[in-house]
Design a protein around this ligand. Sequence first.
Ligand SMILES: Nc1ncnc2c1ncn2[C@@H]1O[C@H](COP(=O)(O)OP(=O)(O)O)[C@@H](O)[C@H]1O
Ligand SMILES: [Mg+2]
Length: 238
Amino acid sequence: MIELKNIHKSYGNKAIIQNLDLIIKDNELTCLLGSSGSGKSTILRIIAGLEAAQGDVTIDNKLMNHNNEILIPPHKRNLGFIFQDLALWPHFTVFDNIAFGLKEQKKISTEQIHDKVMEMLSFFDLQEHSDKYPNQLSGGQQQLVAISRSLVLEPKILLMDEPLANLDVKLKRKILDLIKKLKSEFNLTIVYVTHDHKEAFAIADNIIILNKGNIEAIGNVDEIKNSENEFTKYFLEY
Ligand SMILES: Nc1ncnc2c1ncn2[C@@H]1O[C@H](COP(=O)(O)OP(=O)(O)O)[C@@H](O)[C@H]1O
Ligand SMILES: [Mg+2]
């Protein structure tokens, strides 16, 4: 479980997030849904430990952040982070992009690394592309490689920041289905950021509607669709 308690975040004298309390349950896919500038990425970065904030961040009952101090750094939080611009290494093959983190960890043998990478590739049906370079793949395939690169390290938590924003609708559908499948297969807790309510409705167990760093509504898809919250009703019309 991820818990944010009384979080405040300002840049200069501009308060971005005030008094935010948030609970993200294990093995669920929680969507942070809000328009551009509503603080979605900031919240994700605070959960990841890429950004310090006032207040407490707890993961599995361990305090990660307290009063503007990062107590546990990102790489020790057992989480994967997938950004909108994937930042695959252009000079590495697909295989080497995915294997990179495992090689860095130096915990397992070359054969084991090979098996794990191939297992990821076959989950996404990308085996035949393992020797290609990122620029030889479609946008959707690149995104799946970026997801594989995180997943192969077996994180408990996957943080995804508008990961499909650059893809066409059909491909989006397909990858959303894959993300749902991998959530149950890998027992993941996913925090998924998007400005697109259709994406959220397609995959979320829980949706949190954000407006200027504040929570307007929380609920499952049906509850959000039927929300009486004025902002939420307005937001969903667009
Ligand atoms: N490093 C930064 N310095 C100053 N302002 C920032 C910084 N990062 C984000 N902001 C501001 O914080 C607000 C929320 O940003 P962000 O979390 O990126 O929103 P979202 O991801 O929902 O689009 C925006 O007004 C943005 O301009
Ligand atoms: Mg953002």
